[in-house]
Design a protein around this ligand. Structure first.
Ligand code: AMP
Length: 220
């Protein structure tokens, strides 16, 4: 099953994508993660995209398309995949449809994570993760039990995303809002869209998600 997750930064779609990836044994493909890994590895692509990401702007389509095309051509995508953070514009959605046609496949389901944007600002500007084990925290909602010590692995080394500050976040939300409605309409017209209330707890959202997916896989 090929699934697309739509939703503003901080809507929790990354967490859900990673839970669903484990449940369905299909890869979670986050364009943001792919770019951050390129930046960490100081690759040519990483150098190209760093300034866009740091300022909260969209990376040019040509770079995004190349990285996605390559990723979905890998063997682990044969049983399906979950796209998180792509497509972000109508142009990218159209390119995705073409890409799927080229490989004689299709997108089966698009999940839109709906959430109030004031809550998002708190969710995102508070988040950080352990640089050793990857455990995700939030200074407003889920802090470490002992200050500056990871609950899981006791590391004191934490990672704050450079684009998770309030100023850059507002720019990211502005850009997101510009194309969000169009994308939702695009997938509604294609009868692929379902919406999920992203304000619920992660476990309840996941339960709803699984119910919807199993209903849809019976229809498809
Ligand atoms: P994310 O982790 O999804 O919030 O993405 C972090 C950043 O990566 C975004 O603010 C963009 O700069 C870039 N990015 C991720 N996905 C895309 C995309 N589909 N198109 C353009 N830029 C992207």
């Amino acid at each position: 099953m090929n699934i697309v997750f739509l939703g503003a930064p901080g809507s929790g779609k990354g967490t859900q994508a990673s839970m669903l990836s484990t449940e369905l044994a299909i890869p979670h493909i986050s364009t943001g993660d792919l770019f951050r890994s390129e930046i960490n590895n100081k690759t040519e692509t990483g150098l190209k995209v760093k300034s866009y990401i740091d300022s909260g702007n969209l990376v040019p389509d040509s770079v995004v398309i190349d990285i996605i095309k390559l990723r979905i051509s890998l063997d682990d995508c044969k049983q399906g995949f979950i796209l998180d953070g792509f497509p972000r514009t109508i142009e990218q959605a159209e390119m995705l449809s073409e890409m799927m046609l080229d490989i004689k496949d299709k997108i089966n389901l698009v999940v839109n994570f709906e959430i109030d944007q004031d809550i998002l600002i708190k969710r995102i500007s508070g988040r950080f993760s352990c640089n050793n084990c990857g455990e995700v925290y939030n200074k407003f909602y889920k802090n470490t039990k002992v200050e500056h010590v990871c609950d899981k692995c006791a590391s004191r080394n934490f990672l704050f995303r450079s684009d998770d500050n309030e100023e850059v976040l507002k720019e990211r939300l502005k850009i997101y809002n510009k194309s969000a409605n169009n994308l939702v309409e695009f997938y509604k017209k294609n009868n692929l869209l379902i919406s999920i209330d992203a304000l619920e707890s992660a476990s309840l959202i996941f339960e709803n998600l699984m119910k919807t997916i199993s209903k849809n896989s019976k229809i498809n």
